[in-house]
Design a protein around this ligand. Structure first.
Ligand SMILES: Nc1ncnc2c1ncn2[C@@H]1O[C@H](COP(=O)(O)OP(=O)(O)O)[C@@H](O)[C@H]1O
Ligand SMILES: [Mg+2]
Length: 306
């Protein structure tokens, strides 16, 4: 350390030998002072290092929190986008049949279709089909929304699967007849009741059987088999229909997914049915499996624990 201006440098005292002792004493005091300052400086240094370290840690924690928030925001945005896509698809599904019906109603209002004429009965047929389609869509959407809101009104009711499947068969028999598809239900042995939400299971089975009928050309066959196995009730729906291309089979249970075959052949539908089946089965801790060969047919098996 160099001597500051105005202070005397004790080592180069020009005051002669007589002044030597007090200089040493001053030098000692000065060294002690410097030592104390150095110690203090070291202390401060350690404290600053500690503070810096904990600041860095706090910063890292903040950064982690920030990252988590960012991820949560991204997830929310994805959900929001999925909801928007859902709304727009659903609106489109509503608009198509409604537009067609509006067209026919305008023709009738303008007196362009005579009562009892062939054109009138064809218009009525189209409007009936569209109304059924809308009703089916609304019922699927309602089932979905009850699932999402976690409503469990009927949970705990005893559901006789044989009865339920029979009822669905009766509902769809006229459709199958019109399409020239034979439908055969069968039950193997005793089938115990399961506990669950009847409306939901009903909707799932209706979707499975209507798919089988819808995707099977005239002359084809649809079979259902119901049986019990290891604490569960199983329902298998098999058809000899158009099948599903292997590379598309992974996507079938995604809402609104429809196979290229059903789009190419303009077979009506929304792609909500199988997603609903999966959700309903999940709700009952069951599972669903699908095997299909393009051009040969499809088998869907649902397992619901008793
Ligand atoms: N039994 C089946 N035979 C052939 N394809 C099927 C069958 N079941 C479902 N699919 C295919 O899976 C898609 C999704 O089924 P689903 O969700 O019920 O929709 P959709 O409203 O078209 O019936 C259908 O569009 C169709 O491509
Ligand atoms: Mg369907």
């Amino acid at each position: 350390m160099s001597a500051r201006r105005g202070e005397q440098d004790p080592l180069r005292s020009e005051d002669g030998p007589g002044r030597h002792r007090p200089d040493v004493a001053r030098l000692m005091r000065r060294l002690e002072r410097e030592h104390a300052i150095r110690l203090e400086a070291e202390n401060i240094g350690e404290r600053v290092t500690a503070e810096l370290y904990s600041s860095v840690q706090r910063l890292q924690q903040l950064q982690a929190l920030h990252d988590e928030q960012g991820e949560a925001m991204l997830r929310l945005r994805d959900l929001d986008e999925a909801k928007d896509a859902f709304l727009s698809t659903v609106s489109h599904e509503f608009r198509t049949p409604l537009t067609s019906m509006m067209g026919y109603l305008e023709l009738i209002a303008d007196g362009d279709l005579e009562t009892g004429s062939a054109r009138m009965s064809s218009a009525v047929e189209v409007m009936t089909r569209n109304t059924q389609r809308l009703l089916h869509l609304v019922n699927d959407l309602l089932a979905f929304s009850s699932l999402q809101q976690g409503k469990r009104d009927d949970l705990g009711a005893r559901v006789d699967m044989v009865d339920l499947v029979d009822e669905v068969h009766r509902t769809l028999a006229p459709v199958a007849r019109r399409r020239g598809v034979t439908v055969t239900p069968s039950t193997l042995g005793e089938v115990p009741a399961i506990v669950g939400e009847r409306d939901l299971i009903d909707r799932a089975v209706l979707n499975l059987l209507s798919n089988a009928i819808k995707f099977t050309p005239a002359g084809g066959h649809v079979r259902t088999r119901t049986w019990a196995e290891r604490g569960a009730v199983l329902l298998e729906v098999t058809d000899t229909g158009i099948g599903i291309p292997a590379e598309e089979q992974d996507n079938l249970f995604t809402p609104f997914f429809r196979s290229s075959l059903s789009i190419a052949r303009e077979i009506q539908g929304t792609g909500l049915g199988l997603a609903l089946v999966r959700a309903a089965v999940d709700r009952h801790q069951g599972d669903v499996q699908l095997t299909s060969v393009e051009g040969e047919g499809t088998t869907v098996t649902v397992r619901l624990p008793v």
